[in-house]
Design a protein around this ligand. Structure first.
Ligand code: SF4
Length: 763
């Protein structure tokens, strides 16, 4: 048997189908689960084994897990009652969602990367950990000498980010870091919230106390941010008789359960928000006291909404003006107990900045800011800096190094350079210019988050690629060093959070490893320390274990990891904070107009944008549909998958196929959801293979004809196809259709693309 990476990738198409058939019969997925292992569920046997805790980070929202282990094998995960993220609060059942349930499969998955690899004579060969660390260190030193450390990109997604940043920024000395958050998740929402004064956490309202909830481009019953969101919405409906409104071009799970569904024309959310403001201002329903005493720029806002009537917006949004008026009045009358939930749906689009600004402005208008049931100014939990606790004097070798985007004239046409250090879609161009020459890609997969073709070429072009991951994918297969990471149940973890089921409490959640790292893998903490030691920086990492490091973090609360995870639950509620926190700061104002924020004002001027709320039509930045590409494409999330990290799991793909009634087909990629009208025009039926084509890319996948999506709008689940973690890369990598479309202010990739769809003749 050869020693190449393909030995780890393992399953053939036939064995894959056999495997999925078996697990499909054993377990079903869908909705919130209090997980039961297939084996236990089948036998009903009393559990004989050990229990431990977990801290689910499949989607990184830290839902508490009760983990059952038998013979060193994880057999089951269930929720932790009362957990901040996995329950609706004290005394309520904790659960894990179908994505979280995949942690059981993932831990012992034979398709994982099982050992380190280094590239030798162009081929990946298996290596020991010592060899891999030593090889990485040599390459890093040579890289610094040849290109300069500042051209190395830290692409750590979610992991032990604090020490990862210390390694790359403080010690290696690169200012270039790209993560999820602002870069590929919901940059406009996060950044606009911060600038307007309510913080980037403004996307999650105070659900339990709300009387009116708007899910704006959000499907909380399908894609949980830690499950408590879905439960919080249900609590508001049951306890407060709250009205639920969904604004979405798709008829989602959440739309089905809503009192009002506004099937908005994609990318017109900014117009709807202005029209709602027009109604609220015209009818005198706004919070005059709050606006007068605690806001800035209201005159510019009032001017911006003056002629933006519901009739004006109806033309743009395709909605009924009466419905717009009704939702505006309902929201304003319920305020301040009226919350808007907004995240990626309105952010991953070229005009997403203005959508975010216009939507967030509604909160300032009705004064629901940090009041019960409205927008909440969530408080994160402070932790001690373990480096300070140990008296480690870390250098800052990145000090004084300006990120390339802000340093070189080549990027003068990108307004985004004023606000963020780097933009996802510009990395390939920076590689071409020689300003980025290497990458540390940790639990991230940039090939699914924007211009995939260009990123694939950039990964090949880079001089040094270090991949830290659980599965083979388009980055790890092309890496020079592959470091196999332990999964969450194999390592000690600490989670802290802000928004949760406890709307006025800070909290921590922790867990000790439920089983040892499987195969020859290591926790990310050990990997970072291993690289540091090989580089001669061991003195900066004096901890014997990650647990010691976590204990130092918790020392500010006089807690240890053993205490947090050693009782009958694995979380602690900490500091309490009240509502209307802005009253403590006399200088605080809610900003409608951002003309006093210099970086934004400069970026806006270059982008041809106003600093106040305004209407920016689709196509101003990014694609516009036309005769050649008449359909609007967007990629979506299903409850079975978390970004690109769980597509390797046959059980998840099987459940996804069953939902589409296509489980009998020999296809386990993603589906193109197309409206019956558009399908009929093209002679397409469910189960047909179709080609999707944009101006810059093309790919094939299976069609699913459904009223679920509005005419003119096609969608697919992302994270599949070329470069993905799927062993056979089946389906379409939706970002193969993508080029450099992005929001000019934050660089957030614009995932709305103009395409056409045609049958390929296959099934
Ligand atoms: S919501 Fe996220 S963190 Fe919570 S159980 Fe599901 S995948 Fe895990």
């Amino acid at each position: 048997m050869s020693d190449s990476w393909r030995d780890d990738a393992g399953l053939t198409r036939r064995t894959l189908l056999k495997t999925t058939g078996v697990v499909a019969g054993a377990a079903g997925l869908g909705g919130c689960l209090s997980g039961r292992s297939p084996a236990d569920a089948a036998t009903g046997a009393a559990f004989k084994g050990e229990t431990a805790f977990g801290n689910c980070w499949i989607c990184y929202h830290n839902c508490g897990q009760q983990v059952r282990v038998r013979d060193d094998t994880v057999v089951d995960v269930t929720g932790v009652d009362g957990h901040p993220r996995g329950s609706a609060g004290a005394g309520r059942n904790g659960t894990v969602c179908p994505k979280g349930q995949t942690q059981v499969d993932k831990t012992h998955d034979p398709e994982r990367i099982k050992r380190p690899y280094v590239r030798e004579d162009g081929e990946l060969r298996a290596a020991t950990w010592d060899e891999a660390f030593e090889y990485a260190a040599q390459r890093l030193q040579a890289f610094d000498e040849e290109h300069g450390a500042e051209t190395f990109l830290d692409a750590t997604s979610w992991a032990e980010t604090p020490i990862t940043t210390q390694l790359w920024r403080n010690l290696y000395g690169t200012p270039e870091r790209i993560s999820r958050g602002v870069h590929v998740c919901a940059g406009p929402t996060f950044v606009a919230g911060g600038m307007m004064g309510v913080g980037s956490n403004s996307r999650v309202p105070d659900y339990q106390n709300a009387e009116y909830l708007i899910m704006w481009g959000r499907n909380v019953f399908e894609s949980f941010a830690g499950q408590f969101e879905a439960k919080g919405v249900l609590e508001a409906l049951e306890n407060n008789g709250a009205t639920l409104v969904t604004i979405d071009p798709q008829h989602t799970e959440t739309a089905q359960k809503s009192d009002v569904w506004l099937p908005i024309e994609p990318r017109t959310d900014g117009a709807l928000a202005l029209a709602m403001a027009n109604v609220i201002v015209e009818e005198g329903l706004y919070d005059e006291t709050f606006v007068e005493e605690r806001t800035y720029g209201f005159d510019a806002y009032r001017e911006a909404v003056e002629d933006k009537t519901p009739e004006w917006a109806a033309e743009i949004t395709g909605l009924d003006p009466g419905d717009i008026r009704e939702v505006a009045v309902g929201f304003a009358e319920a305020a301040p107990s009226a919350g808007i939930s907004v995240w990626t749906g309105t952010a991953q689009v070229g005009n997403g900045w203005k959508a975010a600004q216009n939507i967030i402005a509604l909160n300032g208008l009705v004064g629901n800011v940090d009041r019960p049931g409205g927008l909440r100014m969530w408080q994160g939990t402070p932790l001690a800096d373990p480096f300070e606790v140990r008296g480690v004097d870390l250098p800052n070798n990145a000090a004084g190094k300006t990120p390339a985007l802000q340093r070189y004239d080549e990027y003068a046409d990108y307004p985004v350079r004023h606000l963020v250090g780097i933009a996802h879609n510009l990395v390939p161009e920076m590689v071409e210019n020689g300003h980025i020459n290497g990458i540390y890609c940790h639990h991230d997969m940039p090939l699914k988050d924007g211009n995939a073709e260009a990123w694939l070429a950039a990964i090949e072009e880079m001089d040094l690629v270090i991949a830290v991951d659980v599965y083979w994918n388009g980055v790890s297969r092309n890496a020079d060093v592959v470091l196999p990471e332990a999964t969450q149940l194999e390592k000690d973890t600490l989670g802290t959070g802000s928004w949760s089921a406890y709307n006025d409490r800070q909290w921590v959640t922790g867990s000790k490893a439920a089983v040892d790292p499987q195969f020859d893998t290591k926790p990310d903490f050990d990997i970072v320390v291993g690289i540091a030691e090989a580089m001669g920086w061991g003195e900066y990492f004096p901890w014997d274990s990650h647990e010691e490091f976590i204990d130092d973090q918790l020392s500010v609360h006089d807690l240890t990891l053993a205490e947090v995870s050693g009782g009958d639950r694995n979380y602690e509620l900490l500091g309490e904070y009240g509502y209307e926190q802005w009253t403590d700061d006399e200088g605080w104002v809610f900003r409608f107009d951002l003309d006093e924020v210099p970086a934004f004002a400069q970026a806006a001027e270059e982008a041809g944008m106003d600093t106040a709320p305004e209407w920016v039509p689709p196509g101003t930045y990014g694609d516009e549909t036309d005769e050649e590409y008449p359909l609007e494409f967007y990629d979506t999330r299903a409850v079975f998958f978390s970004h690109g990290s769980t597509q390797a799991r046959p059980r998840s793909r099987e459940a996804y196929a069953r939902r589409h009634d296509l489980a009998d087909r020999d296809y386990r990629g993603n589906y193109l959801v197309i409206n019956p009208r558009d399908a009929a025009e093209r002679g397409i039926e469910t189960g047909d293979m179709v080609a999707v084509e944009s101006a810059t890319g093309r790919g094939e996948l299976m069609a699913y004809v459904s009223e679920r999506t509005r005419p003119g709008f096609v969608t697919t689940e992302y994270g599949f196809g070329e470069g993905s973690t799927q062993p056979d890369e089946e389906g379409l990598n939706s970002m193969r259709l993508h080029d450099t479309q992005m929001d000019p202010i934050t660089g957030q990739p614009d995932r709305h693309l103009a395409v056409d769809v045609s049958p390929t003749g296959g099934e």
